[in-house]
Design a protein around this ligand. Sequence first.
Ligand SMILES: CC(C)(COP(=O)(O)OP(=O)(O)OC[C@H]1O[C@@H](n2cnc3c(N)ncnc32)[C@H](O)[C@@H]1OP(=O)(O)O)[C@@H](O)C(=O)NCCC(=O)NCCS
Length: 431
Amino acid sequence: MNGQDAARRVAIVNGLRTPFAKSGTALANESTLELASRVVAELLQRSGVAAKEIDRVVYGAVIQDVSAPNIAREVVLAGPFPETVDAYSVTRACATSTQAVVNGAQAIALGEADVVIAGGADSLSKPPITYSDAFVDALMKANAARDLPSKAKAFARVRPKHLVPVPPAIAERSTGETMGDSAEHMAKVNGITREAQDEYALASHRKAVAAWESGVFDSEVMAYGIPPGYRDTVERDTIPRADSTLEKLSSLKPVFDRRYGSVTAGNSSPLTDGASATLLMSEEAAKTRGIEPLAYIRSYAFAALDPNWQLLMGPALATPIALDRAGMKLSDLDLIDMHEAFAAQVLSNTKAFASKAFAEDKLGRSEAIGEIDESRFNIYGGSISLGHPFGATGSRQINTMARELDRRGGGTALVTQCAAGGLGAAVVMEK
Ligand SMILES: CC(C)(COP(=O)(O)OP(=O)(O)OC[C@H]1O[C@@H](n2cnc3c(N)ncnc32)[C@H](O)[C@@H]1OP(=O)(O)O)[C@@H](O)C(=O)NCCC(=O)NCCS
């Protein structure tokens, strides 16, 4: 991995996710922890590996559940694992489960673990709601007060406006910009038209629908029984639209810049509930168990940029580093899978990949990263059409690409994401 000869080779052995559902719909009553626990338990069961053979679970969520801050450990304790299975959590915004997979891979490469489950989940239906500082302050004082009058006094300065709940913002803390604002900004500075965004979104839906119809996702998406009866089952992603048309997409109003904007509900990734998990092993551990890995991790890279510039340009920064570490060029890749936060973000990145000026200005390189061959790009749709439970997306992409490499009997694939904070992630896989 990353050209370090001493490192052990890391195999992707299996991967599974829940169906993804638009938040507030089919999975709305499931917490992030429930989604995560169910997918990890089912992945284990499908893999034929005993729970005690798992050395570590690395897991993450972007919207943190305050009652389960180390979600990975809660997944272990809620699942079929002995309590001796080590577990810790990571967060890296939309690249959270890529980070989880990389952490698992690093532990395996270093000989610290042989078998790791990594992944991520998010419920956007059940975000933790907080209150104003004034109300929280009053609650803490009331909690500490010894008698009723003192408790009542603690609320003396609380006004109705302090009682308004505060949902988590999908906005940059450092700049105050929402992700949608950033996508608008990128569309404008990179000359990405509304038409191009809508065409991209339409193609994403068509590819996702075709993938479901051809059975591509059957082995990587579990049926999710809804408690308490478990009779109602969510079998498929609920977001891909077979009936989407360019006419309908072009009729949607811009949501972030209502007057001059081009980013709409149709060309954005929707708020989504879901979970994903990936089973990793050392090459030797897979061989000992007689398991043929789906694929191997060849290299990875993370990169960061100034959030005031173009927030969602992470793939164009992380990819060339991962390719260098893999000893490859973009044209060597058989498959490229880029997280689709917004069509404007994908198209801005693919434009940057092909640009010599971008390479010179932003990467300090004399050659462009490379022109993307559309027939190898996001072949089964992406976050616009499949949905984007923040923490789950990296593992979802890695699982799909690993299975595709296995199906093809070999090749190489890149998985890449942009993430809040101006971060980028890229993983090169091979078979
Ligand atoms: C963009 C956003 C605000 C839209 O949310 P929303 O208003 O709930 O969107 P809806 O799903 O209700 O869609 C609005 C309309 O667009 C239509 N629509 C959405 N996608 C469509 C498609 N592909 N084809 C046709 N119509 C579509 C819906 O049918 C709906 O139409 P209606 O009003 O006639 O019913 C929300 O999805 C969002 O915040 N996304 C960005 C999330 C984000 O920032 N993620 C971080 C990125 S990493």
